[in-house]
Write a protein that binds this ligand. Structure first.
Ligand code: SF4
Length: 128
């Protein structure tokens, strides 16, 4: 049986925190959803970068994109899927800890030597 936390596999690198922020906003919007462009304003990101991330999250099954007409203009309305709403919400302070969103977390859990020699973790702990 897969654990729920393993369901949320986001991208590696700098994109994962932004993905998580977008998912938090979409999840909080509930059934009403949120206009995609409002997310760009909330997170102060450009639409090109944001659109790439949103399309990826849609392919992963976390949200839906629906074309709507708002004030005479066509735009996307984003809504959370049941898959997104089932993902447990972790405190945002954990976003800074590299292990929480690392694809190697499961393989590292039984290997102290990997953890002790991890550059990402060392950088987070000691800065640099
Ligand atoms: S120790 Fe390093 S490789 Fe292992 S889960 Fe944490 S960040 Fe990932």
């Amino acid at each position: 049986m897969r654990s729920e936390s393993r369901e949320l596999r986001l991208s590696e690198g700098g994109g994962s925190q932004l993905e998580r922020k977008i998912l938090d906003i979409v999840a909080a919007s509930g059934e009403a959803g949120i206009l995609q462009r409002d997310i760009w304003h909330l997170l102060n990101i450009d639409s090109r970068r944001g659109s790439r991330i949103v399309k990826r999250l849609e392919r992963m099954g976390f949200l839906t994109r629906e074309v709507v007409v708002h004030k005479g203009r066509r735009m996307y309305l984003l809504k959370p899927t049941p898959k997104l709403l089932l993902v447990p919400k972790l405190p945002s302070v954990l976003d800074e800890i590299p292990c929480f969103y690392c694809p190697h977390l499961l393989s590292c859990s039984g290997e102290a030597s990997r953890v002790l020699n991890c550059e990402k973790l060392e950088k987070w702990l000691y800065g640099g």
